[in-house]
Each structure stands twice: as structure tokens, then as C-alpha cells.
Design a protein around this ligand. Sequence first.
Ligand code: GTP
Ligand code: MG
Length: 168
Amino acid sequence: VQQQTVAKLVLLGEMGSGKSSLVLRYVKGQFFDYQASTVGAAFLTKTIPELNVKFEIWDTAGQERYHSLAPMYYRGAMAAVIVYDITSTESLTRAKSWVKELQRQGNPNLIMALAGNKADLEEQRAVSSEEAAAYAAENNLFFLETSAKTAANVSELFMDIARKLPRV
Ligand code: GTP
Ligand code: MG
């Protein structure tokens, strides 16, 4: 019998980019138009039986005053999802600074994914897929555009990470 892989996963990104919404969509299949801003961090788990993987998910708070807490959540993490909002160039800038922080201080084998969320808001798009994909490729991240609202690419995002985990 293959042992279960337990993987700590952290979500980081600007306030309002949709971190909690992505996790809630993935773990509970829910979406709320008025999702409360996270205080501190939220913890959820999700098991993928077919891959024998259990994710221990830390959904961090994007508000700047919580920034100093972030290392507690990314330390020891096997995977990180850095989220930005495709309607906000500023949120991509913030995502890039998270990537830099993780490259400097995170686990050197960290699996990093860049998620361009709110892909359903195509008419308000401010960040092109090409720009984000090029940035991701340069930095060894894998990249997907997601929508917590429609569920597009949400389970794909977590499944792609699960498949990249080192197997025990
Ligand atoms: P903090 O906890 O403050 O860091 O924010 P967050 O990154 O967890 O964002 P949250 O999930 O709270 O979402 C912020 C707002 O964006 C909420 O009103 C959500 O309903 C909305 N939202 C999240 N994801 C999507 C999406 O994919 N599409 C659309 N249209 N709205 C979204
Ligand atoms: Mg949140």
C-alpha cells in the first residue's frame, strides 16, 4: 500500500484577488459574491484519493498588516499558489513580490503556481495571458488562469500541483 503524501500548501496574493474563493470552490464547491476578507489565515484540508495526496491548505490574509505573519504559513510548505486578479495590474505586481520573497526565503524545492484569477471578467481584463505566461516561464512557475466563480481551472490547478509533488 502506498503511503499518503501530506503536503502543506499556502496561498499568497493581494487582498481581494480571490484566494479564499479559490479554496472554497475547490474544497467545498461553493462561491460567494460577498466573501469576507480573511483575518490572519484560514486552514482547510482536501484529500485527493486517486493520487493518495492530502493537502493541508493555509489561506493567508492579503491585507498588508498581516504580511509579517506570512513566513509562518510558507515555511515548510511543499507548494504555493500565488494569486493575482486579471483585472488588476497592481495585483500582478504584488504577486511578483511574493514570488521574489519565496525564491529568497521559501523551501528551495517549493512547487510554485501562478493563478490569474477572475478569468470570467474578460471584459475588465488588465493583464494579458501572454504577459503573465512569459513571467511565469522565466521564473519556473506553472501558470493557469482560473475563475473561482465559474470553477474554470480550479480543480486543474490543485491537481497539477498534486501531480508534481515528490512521492513518498
Ligand atoms: P483577502 O482574504 O482579503 O486577502 O482576499 P482574498 O484573496 O481571499 O479574496 P476573496 O476570495 O475574499 O475574494 C474577493 C472578492 O472577489 C469577493 O467578493 C469574491 O466574490 C470575488 N471573487 C473571487 N474570485 C472571483 C472570481 O473568480 N470571479 C469573480 N467575478 N469574482 C471573484
Ligand atoms: Mg481571503
